[in-house]
Write a protein that binds this ligand. Sequence first.
Ligand code: SF4
Length: 436
Amino acid sequence: MKVAFATLGCRVNKYETEAMVEKFIKDGYEVVPFEEYADVYVINTCTVTNMGDKKSRQMIHRARRENEDAVISVVGCYSQIASEEVSQIDGVDVVLGTRNKGEIVYWVNRVREERKQVVEVKEVMKNNAFEELNIESYQDKTRAFLKIQDGCNRFCSYCLIPFARGAVCSKPPEKIISEVKELAAHGFKEIILSGIHTASYGVDLEEDCSLLSVLEQIDKIPGIERVRIGSIDPQFFTEGVIERISVLKKLCPHFHLSLQSGCNETLKRMNRRYTAGEYEKIVEDLRSNIDDVSITTDIIVGFPEETEEEFNTTYEFLKRIKLSKIHVFKYSPRKGTKAAEMKNSVDGNIKDERSSKLIALDKVMEEEFMKKFLGRNMEVLYEQKCSNSQDLYEGYTPNYIKVVSKSEKDISGSIKNTEIVQTKNGILEGNLLNDC
Ligand code: SF4
């Protein structure tokens, strides 16, 4: 039997698809590309924007066109939020939510026998049981994603994720530690801790543990050389936390702190729980305690009622604090959220203009940040050969700048001391310094 997967949305979804892939392989299935004929199609959906829903529906129709007798399974955020709508789409056989993806093989096999639609979507808003969905086979030997947490209790006014992913639930710390040890034993050098709202890790657990205590324990595990945290709420970084993480040897000095707006009025409408001033203080504290720290962010432009003055406040704020990368998103209303009900939406042309202005600012700031490293020696974890090249390898510095260097030997998976010689289109070019 052949199974094909399509994954939309975030890193957590990608992680969960990998875990489902393993379950099908263990059951004897062969995994084929989504564009090919398969007996089973799994669409791991996203609902973060209305476009996410639309793309999810397009994938369902595409699977149906490929093989109209296939078992079509829809899992994830869109099916959690709109299970009835999804179950009525022509050809859909299995509908699972966000907290029972691990049951996928069981339901698919049952539907193959009985040919009767199954809709199994669990309540998630009050449910804080962490679903164990692990990846056990290790192909890439360089870095591994580890999902440590699910759900979010924040309810930003533009976001539907808390309704799709439910209440915060955390993987028990002893399981995280044993999995990291396992990954180290399989040769992984870098671990990326991910989740929906990683800063909330542990709030649901009875024992006293937090993301900080997990980071401190991982720091002592031999074999693992780098630890990264996916996107994290800026409020995680209190003065006490910054002081304690500054002595960790393995935590990489790159933090993606979503700002969303540099204007307090806009932040208030977004229901973000910090002010621009508090964010700036966190950035300053991180910079004064951690060498070469890189801070990147997300910004939404054209949020309802965002005036020219509010946008300019954000622009000037970003210009002043100089981050190393800004990802710019144009606001689009998400049905079911508070922001979608707000009046005074911003015209599309104005959103385009504001977005272009911030993208231009980002280019200047990114280049400025990268130039600081010219002539310096940096440790680069090389991941793979660049596509279309015989002897160029690409990897990342601890503060997550991409570096490309020449090597006659295969250096994938190894950390090499590298002299930075040039910046080019958002990438650093380097020369290897040690024995290779
Ligand atoms: S913190 Fe806000 S934006 Fe992030 S998942 Fe939670 S509600 Fe959504």
